[in-house]
Design a protein around this ligand. Sequence first.
Ligand code: PMP
Length: 349
Amino acid sequence: MKAWENNIRKVVPYVPGEQPKMEQVIKLNTNENPYPPSLKVKNAQMDLNRLRLYPDPEAKDLVHAIASYHGVEDSQVFVGVGSDDVLAMSFLTFFNSDKPLLFPDITYSFYDVWADLFRIPYETPALDDEFHIVAADYYKANGGVIFPNPNAPTGQLVELSFIEDILEHNQDVIVIVDEAYIDFGGQTALPLLEKYENLLVVRTFSKSRCLAGLRIGYAIGNPSLIKALNDVKYSFNSYTMNYPTIVMGTACMEDEEYFQETVHKVMATREWFGKELTRLGFTFEQSYANFIFAKHKSVPAKEIFEAAKKEHIFVRYFNKPRINDYLRISIGTDDEMKAFVTFLEKYLQ
Ligand code: PMP
């Protein structure tokens, strides 16, 4: 072993869902939206000569569009390259305590990767047997709290009163609610910002806004948190968001009608597909996200996952303790879900 090898930062990276290369796949493994982006995004006017220049480091147009949409000040919005970027910056900015950061044992599997990367101590209180977050686990001394609502990969939602209880018990640290999937039927924690200046709500364009490929995420919080995030971001890389993304993201926020239409289509498909899953012998808790986390009464999840893949149907399987009996199935179009149901009917016979 060379001496310099001791100085290499060693990390175990996050592994995203597979992006299969073949044509004709049914892709239900990364919670993308099955519908195309709004026509306003496709038709957004761009002056490509502008690519000669650096983009606006503050992404002011996009920040303003997001702030107006949510009825907050521009100074309350931070934008990043997907919510992964926003979350990574938030870990770096807000979680600098010797006390442990707290997040659930079953949750978005990037949290422990960032904690390791930034050398943040953390603890992961276990969800209960029905995969509910236990509020009392978050009453102890800590260096910050983060959880998704709805949680991933379970799809389970907590009420605002639950979030408020966690905030009441954690006024000396930053509490982040990751609302990647909130638009599919949940109630946002944004109204709590009026009362709790230590709350940060993180959102993404990747799911409900059909723009996973563009990479836009944002955080909303009180101006001092947003300033702290921007200070760290400008100490890292000022020009993270490119000009076409700023233009298309801004256009996207202007199409409320299409946004509502696609979100409701996904929710309607989820309800239909849930009934089919029940008919086929699966069990699951009500999902408030664009996926269902389900377990079959007799057939192991891994076998279904592998058999589906042979038929070019991709779902997500986590070979991890407590959840290795489950499949996380993203909600696609009606036709895609019907094809998956047809596969299951044959396979489970
Ligand atoms: N938070 C959660 C809970 C997620 O599941 C995801 C999607 N992988 C993200 C954040 C990140 O999404 P993006 O970077 O595409 O905004």
